[in-house]
Design a protein around this ligand. Structure first.
Ligand code: PEP
Ligand code: MG
Length: 324
């Protein structure tokens, strides 16, 4: 197995008919990053910056953050590293910044918190920018966007942080900026979002939770949390189509991208890149290498006609087995 993994590492994620789909990884700890390189990741599609924040008992300083981010960027350079700005609230709590709410998933989360606390946001962006000096492989991504004004406000702060670090003498380029599509409202604003940013990335975990109104961590309704729900697949297809119209690169960084059955559908929908945890990457790559794009698109056409997630899952599974 070790040898198989080693061989697969250097093979491209390419279908039998020559369609390439870059496979990137999701990271949080530096150990994730190191493990990812072994597995042939072509970049980092989601670095969850709240993870290093959760390891502390107070907000990390700008300097501390800069060092942490530098390590991630250096580990992957020249490959791109997509850093998501702090995504706390919901299920992710910081002991030193408690948020107590009745409906945390519908409350003060992600960009909502950091736009209300620009001092936290600015320190983080400045640290990211400083860390990228000389490497220029940084991409910045905004979580939990539901209003266009949030993007405008965040961009304004990012430009301000960029001007500040340049004034301090850091020669850093402006990184590509992206928005996460993880709230249903964002699905219907792809054009407006794409006009403002360089890339889009679907957070399918939250998008599924919000589309189906099912808490992603509540065991009582776990049966209703269906990543292959027809409505979820429809939303994913609309996003890919709309992003293509806008000529804006779009990827998926939720768990669905690391599920081989999901990856096949997402590739067929036209997603430009998939980002997943390092453990799933070799499996997804070997599936991609065993099928053709034409086959995947035909399968997608079939499952988009179906009305039940279990049947959709069984159909993909069966088709993959038949395809060998
Ligand atoms: C998602 O929502 O799909 C996602 C990638 O972000 P997180 O799981 O960290 O909320
Ligand atoms: Mg999310």
């Amino acid at each position: 197995l070790q040898q198989d993994l080693q061989e697969l590492k250097d093979c491209p994620a390419e279908t039998l008919d020559g369609h390439r789909i870059p496979l990137w990884v999701n990271t949080g700890l530096i150990t994730d990053a190191l493990r990812s390189l072994d597995r042939g990741a072509e970049g980092v599609g989601l670095y969850r910056t709240e993870v290093p924040f959760m390891m502390k008992d107070r907000f990390p300083s700008e300097n501390e953050q800069q060092k942490t981010y530098r390590l991630q960027l250096e580990t992957f350079a020249p490959a791109p590293v997509t850093m998501r700005t702090l995504d706390i609230g919901g299920d992710k709590a910081l002991t030193y910044f408690p948020i107590n709410e009745a409906n945390p998933f519908l409350g003060w989360r992600g960009i909502r918190v950091t736009l209300d606390h620009p001092e936290i946001f600015l320190v983080q962006i400045r640290a990211m920018l400083k860390a990228s000096e000389g490497l220029n492989n940084l991409r910045i991504m905004l979580p939990m966007i539901s209003h266009i004004s949030e993007v405008d406000e965040a961009l304004h702060l990012i430009y301000r942080a960029h001007a500040e670090v340049q004034e301090e003498g850091f020669a850093v380029e402006m990184p590509d900026i992206g928005v996460m599509i993880e709230v249903p409202a964002a699905v219907y604003q792809i054009r407006e979002l794409a006009q403002r940013v360089d890339f889009l990335s679907v957070g399918s975990n939250d998008l599924t939770q919000y589309l189906l109104a099912v808490d992603r961590n509540n065991p009582r309704v776990a049966d209703l949390y269906q990543a292959f729900h027809p409505a979820v697949l429809s939303a994913l297809k609309i996003i890919a189509e709309q992003a293509a119209v806008q000529k804006t690169p779009v990827s998926v960084c939720g768990e669905l991208a690391g599920n081989p059955l999901g990856a096949v559908l997402l590739m067929a929908m036209g997603y430009d890149m998939l980002s997943m945890n390092a453990t799933n990457l070799p499996k997804v790559k070997s599936i991609v290498r065993g099928i053709s794009m034409e086959w995947a698109q035909q399968l997608l056409g079939e499952v988009m006609q179906m009305d039940s997630a279990p049947i959709i899952v069984a159909t993909i599974q069966l088709s993959l087995e038949k395809a060998g």
